[in-house]
Design a protein around this ligand. Structure first.
Ligand code: SF4
Length: 252
């Protein structure tokens, strides 16, 4: 298990204010920049991952150390793979603790977005770490609960966490009985070696998603999601997913 706790954080308040369309020179921008400084000071994004070897593959599942991960899309994405990298990344309990009961709505909304920025930093860091230490040129990821309900059900969080040991003790992320993560701005999933670019967004039907990273692809959907026996496809999208607002990996 590799735990990453000292992840560098460099938030650019001006660039973020522009990204979130906060009017330059306004009182709001001053308040926003103060909050960015708070998050920069307190924020401790974290991540952990494991190197897991695939010991068997079925039609719509792979077995990793005796744990069965069930997803037709994941199975197809792992056609050539011998190993994968279960991981959890989080904005960290420190930034999560910055919110107070009396905070106004604007501050709460900004804090939510800034915690998403910390999560993006953590995900990019863990992906880079895996790539460098495992000497893998290109990685893609999938996350239980992202995109359409049939892609990789949220209930598979249980199996995923069983591969990762004491996640709460190591980085403070807890899995609830309804398979959600606390802190909320956290993500769990697997990275895997790939040659083709893959984003879950390519097989997600959700419309008007602000976090979409790739357009829906009918070709990818047919190749990865269609039932081979009768060509049926399911198109229901999950209402939430396992990831925070920035959804940097297209995890919905
Ligand atoms: S980011 Fe949006 S489009 Fe992409 S998988 Fe998640 S919900 Fe779907």
């Amino acid at each position: 298990m590799t735990t990453l706790k000292d992840i560098p954080v460099a938030l650019d308040a001006k660039a973020l204010a522009e990204k979130y369309r906060i009017r330059p020179g306004s009182d709001q921008v001053r308040q926003f920049e103060e909050l960015v400084a708070e998050v920069q000071e307190a924020g401790r994004p974290k991540a952990l991952y494991e190197v897991a070897y695939i010991d068997d593959k079925g039609e719509d599942w792979v077995s990793v150390g005796g744990v069965r991960l069930t997803s037709r899309v994941l199975r197809k994405n792992l056609e050539e793979a011998e190993k994968l990298f279960p991981y959890v990344a989080t904005c960290g309990v420190e930034a999560d603790g910055l919110g107070a009961a009396g905070d106004d709505i604007r501050r709460k909304a900004w804090l939510y977005l800034l915690k998403g920025e910390l999560l993006e930093i953590a995900v990019a860091h863990v992906q880079d770490h895996i790539g460098r230490h495992q000497q893998i040129a290109k990685l893609s990821s999938m996350n239980p609960g992202s995109g359409d309900a049939s892609v990789w059900p949220l209930t598979q969080q249980k199996e995923l966490f069983s591969l990762l040991g004491d996640v709460e003790g190591r980085i403070g992320v807890r899995l609830t009985e309804s398979w959600l993560l606390i802190p909320e701005i956290s993500v769990s999933g697997v990275f895997f070696p790939t040659e083709a670019d893959f984003e879950t967004c390519q097989v997600c039907h959700r419309e008007h998603c602000p976090s979409r990273r790739a357009p829906f692809s009918e070709e990818a959907w047919r190749a990865l999601c269609a039932d081979e026996d009768d060509g049926r496809v399911e198109t229901q999208a999950e209402p939430g997913g396992s990831r925070g607002p920035a959804d940097p990996g297209g995890r919905g």
